[in-house]
Design a protein around this ligand. Structure first.
Ligand code: NAI
Length: 429
């Protein structure tokens, strides 16, 4: 396979030098607040566990991710990266990454579908031995168009819920031909990143994009999984009345017992001022809901793909569309109501023009898990059959221990007697 002719981001930019400096500044700021990546960097620079590996990544290319990329390169890997969403790339960060001799970044903000996939093909032209995905587009492309690479790929790592869902479906169909770790499903990732990260950054982005408050508003949260719980909790903390819509009766009950109002979307649609979808599913908000919504509502999605709010149906209903603010598009209905869509229905906390993604601290945890998982693939890939794998618990604990030490938090440990007791079925009354 030949080297790609698709140019790295630097060649797409009019003033790459200024962009590079700004990108580096963003990365440096984030790194000051990433104790886990800093600790792993010392180990990776000394021991070079990824020497000889080539990593192809499709992730949100912003400052925190860039620090993960540099960590992997400092561990000895060649890294080729592109975005996992057409709107989430920070071009300045993307071009700053190209300063590192072992990194090529192809990620460019605002690409169309063709540009999105051209960049992914360019990453795969590096002939990776490891893939790191956020949403599974890279693994899919390898299997569909680069089957010759599969034999030399040790394995992959997947960052998000939707990617893990897709991978499990592929695995169930017998179509996944190398091992992939479900990084999303670790406690160190999901309990922090999905809950606190999505909750905080989605609401912060909506507030900053619109300059509006949540206080006293009816905020409708579609889906009460990990992300939905975070959005609901943080919205309630900002004095909103939270309404939850769920399809899983246990999650609906959980939301009810947490004190939230639970309604079907057809009822919530009539009440809501702000809507945030977090389901990973399609068509959560559709024509029947748009038809009954109040004038001026805000519609935002925090799920991985832009299919949760059906924008085609909204467009059909609209008599006019206009840019209401940067990152806000007004859809005017025939009766004069305006429904406002943020960030083109793409995940709002990363795709809105001012979006910064999750707080640095939570991404330090998620990317700490990514780094130790990639290290595990380089060291022990033979131990894993093709398919989706849980991340070994000791790796997740390792990341937690680093974080606790950095925070100066001490904690208890099991005694030998306790360990033996917990592992035994023989103790009774
Ligand atoms: P989850 O599986 O924990 O929760 C999803 C919930 O949505 C489930 O409780 C499910 O029953 C519910 N649901 C499904 N279809 C629904 C429908 N039509 N109406 C109402 N509820 C419905 O998943 P998690 O971890 O909360 O992730 C959700 C999405 O957010 C995924 O696409 C994931 O990839 C994405 N994500 C986004 C992040 C961001 O930065 N914006 C960060 C992490 C995850």
């Amino acid at each position: 396979m030949s080297e790609s002719t698709y140019p790295p981001v630097t060649e797409h930019l009019s003033d790459p030098e200024t962009a590079r400096e700004e990108g580096r500044r963003k990365m440096d700021w984030a790194l000051q607040h990433m104790p886990i990546l800093n600790a792993l960097r010392e180990e990776f620079q000394t021991e070079r566990p990824l020497e000889g590996e080539t990593i192809a990544m499709a992730m949100h290319v912003e400052a925190k991710t860039a620090n993960l990329v540099e960590l992997l390169a400092d561990g000895g890997a060649e890294v080729a990266i592109t975005g996992c969403n057409p709107l989430s790339t920070h071009d300045d960060v993307s071009t700053a990454l190209n300063d590192h001799e072992s990194i090529t970044s192809y990620a460019v903000r605002g690409v169309d579908d063709e540009g999105y996939y051209d960049a992914m093909h360019a990453c795969l032209a590096h002939e990776p031995t490891i893939t790191v995905d956020d949403g599974m587009d890279m693994v899919k492309l390898v299997h569909e168009e680069y089957p010759d690479l599969i034999d030399s790929i040790l394995g992959g790592a997947e960052e998000t819920t939707t990617g893990v869902h897709r991978l499990r479906a592929m695995d169930d169909d017998g179509e996944l031909h190398y091992p992939v770790f479900a990084v999303n499903d670790t406690p160190m990732k999901r309990l922090f990143d999905n809950v606190h990260g999505t909750g905080e950054s989605s609401l912060a982005t909506i507030a900053m994009t619109t300059n509006l408050s949540f206080a006293g508003k009816d905020v409708v949260v579609g889906g009460f999984g990990y992300c939905g719980k975070g959005v609901a909790k943080k919205a309630a903390g900002q004095n909103a009345n939270v309404i939850v819509c769920e399809v899983d009766p246990r999650k609906a009950l959980e939301a009810h017992m947490e004190g939230y109002e639970v309604l079907p979307m057809r009822e919530a649609a009539k009440k809501g001022d702000v809507f945030v979808t977090t389901t990973g599913n399609r068509d959560v908000i559709t024509r029947e809901h748009f038809e009954v919504m109040n004038d001026g509502v805000l519609l935002a999605n925090a799920g991985h793909f832009d299919v949760e709010i059906n924008l085609e149906e909204l467009d059909d209903l609209a008599v006019d569309r206009f840019e209401a603010r940067d990152g806000v598009e007004g859809y005017e209905m025939a009766d004069g109501r305006v429904l406002n869509v943020l960030a083109e229905g793409r995940l709002v906390n990363l795709a809105a023009p001012i979006a910064l993604g999750h707080p640095v601290e939570v991404m330090d945890q998620s990317f700490g898990v990514q780094a130790v998982v990639v290290r595990e693939l380089a060291a022990n890939a033979d131990a894993y059959e093709p398919g989706v794998h849980d991340v070994p618990d000791d790796l997740d604990r390792e990341v937690a221990e680093i974080k606790l030490a950095a925070e100066g938090v001490d904690h208890d440990s099991l005694s030998e007697e306790q360990r033996e007791y917990m592992g035994s079925w023989e103790h009774g009354t």
